[in-house]
Design a protein around this ligand. Sequence first.
Ligand SMILES: *Cc1c(COP(=O)(O)O)cnc(C)c1O
Length: 219
Amino acid sequence: MNIAERIKSINAELGKNVKLIAVSKKQELSKIMEAYNSGIRDFGENYVQELTEKQDKLPKDIKWHMIGHLQSNKVKYIATFIDTIHSVDSFKLLNEINKEAKKNNRKINCLLQLHVAKEETKTGFDQTEFKALLETDRLKEFDFVNIIGIMGMSTFTDNMNQIENEFETLHQSLISLQNRFPEFNATELSMGMSSDYQTAIKKGSTMVRIGSTIFGTRL
Ligand SMILES: *Cc1c(COP(=O)(O)O)cnc(C)c1O
């Protein structure tokens, strides 16, 4: 199958209520354009420099999603154009995003990244930190940030039960966020990648981030 055919077959599995974010990190521009030409407008990237270079070269109606770990001091490089930041893993980062969004007089969509996987290398708020965040009013401080939901990654494992449990935790966390801050209108659950998106959809995912299944192996 070529890229257009793979996108078509993934979209058929996703149905109408789940958005496909094509993860284009470390992929050639020609491949990204193949995805664009088959209708994809949402692309996900992990590295700030790579993201800004691609944003510069590719069509301006692309919605860029930052899905990789983001350092506060790099927010300024993407704040002019980024649509959604999935990887908000600290209050400090949220504060910085708000500041840079304000400078550009625009709002930036943000997802709180939760750490539910067993790997220490994966980032995000753990459940204790997340609970603490919900107990304060600090998330209400930001006028230039839309907190639209929760993002997370499952453990890299064959154990389907474990993956399901981790996605269930993310789903429950979204419900907690909605109950605590109904005014945010937080409806998005960004979970599922090439290896586990079918499970993620069963558990209520609204955004899947798929790279290698669309584009093949990365450079
Ligand atoms: C790279 C990456 C993906 C896509 O992974 P694939 O296995 O290629 O689908 C999704 N989410 C995050 C956070 C990533 O870093």
